[in-house]
Design a protein around this ligand. Structure first.
Ligand SMILES: [Zn+2]
Length: 314
């Protein structure tokens, strides 16, 4: 008991001396390194959603010849005025076909293991974000942190919440797209459009859904990254950050305005657009990063050399 306390004390002293030098007598130390968005996790996510939306494409293509045939038959009947019920027959047939596609897509999506894959993506994201965090600490303070501290149950509830939100976001894509496609077909029939034109619009709707899925992948990767960073920094006693945009032309003006300014991790963050408040990575498609500002008086890091003791530097 006494020995442990002794070790801890000595370690504290040693660390304090080591880290204090980096502050050059100041209270604050701005991180020398700006962590990066985990692009590997983003790529993996995009690959996964491409595969997922591909299921919709396959099932749609399988039913399209039938759809075309019924369309031609009922359209001809409608034009020639042979039957009164052709439009109704067409409507019912289309609803049947789209229900069939929907059920097949749903069944295949179930065996896709979306939740498991998303959890895996969340873990990859956390691992990469932690690697960047380690780099921040090493380059700024000259010490190594205990990575295992962040790779265990560290904010696992946060990851779980992200997973369930992302399951909803991704599964809604084929559902909404199929609704849109059904409308295109029915509207096309009423207006007497050619099947080739309808097919083109269906293709376009599919393209939109792929784009939307990729947008979600990028947006959600940055969001999770931002959440983990905030949690890691606040847990380490860091209360402030420098807003850092990624510097390319896609950065929105309201975020560029914040670039280089210091904000608090507490609360909901600075105002970005029209009364909206956020921290880096929280806004739609935001790739900004919070570069930590270390405070000598509050710093509290899980340090590698301590063999399991969380050391507070005071
Ligand atoms: Zn941004």
């Amino acid at each position: 008991m006494g020995a442990v306390r002794m070790d801890e004390k000595m370690l504290n002293k040693e660390l304090m001396a080591k880290v204090s030098r980096k502050f050059y007598g100041h209270t604050n130390l701005y991180s020398k390194y700006t962590p990066k968005i985990p692009e590997g996790a983003e790529r993996e996510y995009i690959r996964m959603v491409n595969e997922y939306t591909g299921i919709l494409k396959e099932e749609l293509e399988a039913e399209f010849p039938t759809l075309k045939e019924i369309y031609k038959r009922e359209r001809d009947a409608e034009v020639q005025g042979r039957r009164e019920d052709s439009a109704t027959d067409f409507l019912l047939a289309v609803i049947g076909i789209f229900n069939r596609i929907r059920n097949k897509v749903a069944a295949r999506c179930l065996s896709f293991g979306l939740k498991k894959r998303l959890l895996n993506l969340a873990l990859i994201n956390r691992r990469m974000t932690t690697k960047e965090w380690e780099k921040v600490i090493r380059t700024s303070l000259g010490i190594d942190i205990r990575k295992d501290y962040y790779l265990g149950d560290f904010y696992l509830d946060q990851l779980a919440k992200w997973v369930s939100e992302n399951v909803d976001l991704i599964t809604s894509i084929p559902e909404n797209t199929l609704d849109k496609m059904k409308d295109i077909v029915l509207d096309g029939f009423n207006r007497g459009r050619r099947t080739t034109d309808i097919a083109k619009d269906i293709q376009l709707a599919y393209g939109v859904s792929r784009k939307k899925a990729r947008f979600i992948a990028r947006d959600q990767t940055a969001k999770l990254n931002g959440q983990i960073q905030r949690a890691q920094q606040m847990d380490a006693g860091i209360t402030e950050y420098i807003w850092s945009d990624c510097g390319d032309e896609r950065v929105r003006r309201s975020h560029r305005r914040l670039n280089g300014q210091k904000f608090s991790w507490e609360g909901e963050g600075p105002e970005t657009d029209n009364g909206r408040h956020c921290h880096p990575g929280q806004d739609f498609n935001c790739r900004c990063i919070g570069r930590p500002v270390f405070n000598r008086n509050t710093l509290n890091l899980p340090v590698k050399e301590d063999g399991g003791i969380k050391v507070t530097i005071k």
